[in-house]
Design a protein around this ligand. Structure first.
Ligand SMILES: *Cc1c(COP(=O)(O)O)cnc(C)c1O
Length: 402
């Protein structure tokens, strides 16, 4: 496709849009098999705390290569359970990258701890291991890596730092289902790893989350935490013919229903193909945008398999006669449902006010944020949808390039 030749009027200026209907940046894929699985559970004895939960957990543990998977009601609940599980409490500090969804940092606050926001590496957009040690104090208890966009963090370097300083290493892999690093699966590279089952993620249960770990005691703590801190669940008591239960610690109702676990189990069967399809779309984008000097595409790394929850391009603003906001609006007008991930955590009003953060405090995360645009990527996209995105990006950039 010759991107240079397009001199068409942009849709935002009254021209014909590339697409009539808006292509979203991400979208779930629910088929008949999924619907039948849900209906079967709705007609069964257990809508929650039934057999589907353990079956889904086991299937996900197998998929991720971890010993245990604990299902909870959201990705945020997964992060909270993980913080509880590793014993984060008042006064404790956890190092978290600034370029992430707010829940990655909020989970530390839920436990009374303090998230210490660290800067990213400008190329990978992941927490830069070289900027972590300066953040470690006597109060630091853990490092929480975020596999931004689906790219696995540098777990080797992070493990070295956490071992040296006696810290726990945990991961927010809500973007990174099926990603690998040196052939090792995300889900096994930290002490515990959190996933989200929100519809925009790789697979869905409507809402939901999971934590994987190789530590059965940690898994057991998180299962108690998701059930009010009570040490047995309803079905375990029924099996023993006992009414007796004890609340050993303060927990929440973070359970995932059997209805949702049935959907999750059915979706999981399709997940490996969906990850491949995302990678295939990313490959088509990479090739199409290779010679476009106005954007930087996600860096490819040897021996790292990126799961592409997001395909996040960065604008070369010095080569453009406009801002990110203008490119964003122009692409939306062309029918391309672009998005921006993320406003750095410290720039949100709550964090600014509570921790006195200011613009300029975390420079690489802020610089990336000014340039980032997420293009549509999801397994159900047709090849023609991918072509529309490429055509719209070429059209808009050739209009605004200097
Ligand atoms: C989606 C997401 C979460 C939160 O997941 P929910 O299921 O929406 O609670 C946390 N962290 C990251 C990086 C996410 O993308």
């Amino acid at each position: 496709m010759d991107l240079e030749s397009s001199v068409e009027t942009l849709a935002i200026h009254g021209g014909t849009p590339v697409r009539e209907s808006v292509l979203p940046y991400g979208r779930q894929w629910v088929d008949e098999e999924d619907i039948e699985a849900v209906v079967r559970v709705m007609q069964s004895d257990f809508l929650t705390t039934g057999p589907e939960v353990a079956e889904f957990e086991q299937a996900f543990a197998v998929f991720s290569g971890a010993v245990e998977a604990v299902a909870v009601s959201s990705g945020t609940a997964a992060l909270h359970a993980m913080m509880y599980g590793i014993g984060i409490g008042p006064g404790d500090e956890v190092i978290v990258p600034a370029l992430t969804f707010v829940a990655s940092a909020n989970c530390v606050l839920f436990q009374g701890g303090t998230p210490i926001l660290a800067d990213i590496h400008p190329e990978t957009l992941l927490m830069d291991p070289d900027r972590i040690e300066e953040k470690i104090t006597s109060r630091t208890k853990a490092i929480l890596a975020v596999d931004f966009a689906g790219r696995p963090s540098d777990y080797d370097a992070l493990r070295e730092i956490s071992n040296r300083s006696g810290l726990r290493l945990v991961s927010d892999a809500c973007h990174a289902f099926g990603a690998t690093r040196h052939g090792q699966k995300v889900g096994t590279l930290a002490d515990a790893t959190a996933f989200s089952l929100h519809p925009v993620k790789h697979m869905t249960a409507g809402e939901g989350g999971l934590v994987t770990t190789n530590d059965p005691d940690l898994a057991s703590r998180m299962r108690i935490f998701r059930n009010h801190g009570i040490t047995t669940d309803h079905r375990q008591r029924e099996a023993k013919g006992s009414w007796f239960y004890e609340m050993a610690d303060l927990g929440y109702n973070y359970r995932l229903t059997d209805i949702q676990c049935a959907l999750g189990k059915s979706q999981l069967r399709k997940l490996p193909d969906w990850v491949s399809r995302r990678q295939e779309i990313a490959g088509v984008y990479d090739a199409a945008f290779r010679d476009l000097a106005e954007i930087e595409t996600p860096a490819t790394q040897a021996d790292v398999s990126h799961a592409y929850h997001l395909y996040a391009i960065q604008l070369e603003l010095s080569r453009l006669s406009c801002t990110r906001a203008e490119v964003f609006s122009a692409l939306r007008a062309e029918g391309i449902g672009v998005n921006v991930h993320y406003i750095p955590v410290h720039l949100h009003p709550y964090y600014r006010q509570r921790f006195d953060y200011r613009a300029g405090d975390i420079p690489y995360a802020e610089a990336a944020y000014e340039r980032l645009i997420s293009l549509p990527i999801f397994p159900r996209m047709k090849d023609t949808d991918v072509e529309d995105v490429i055509r719209a990006v070429g059209k808009v950039l050739s209009h605004y390039k200097k």
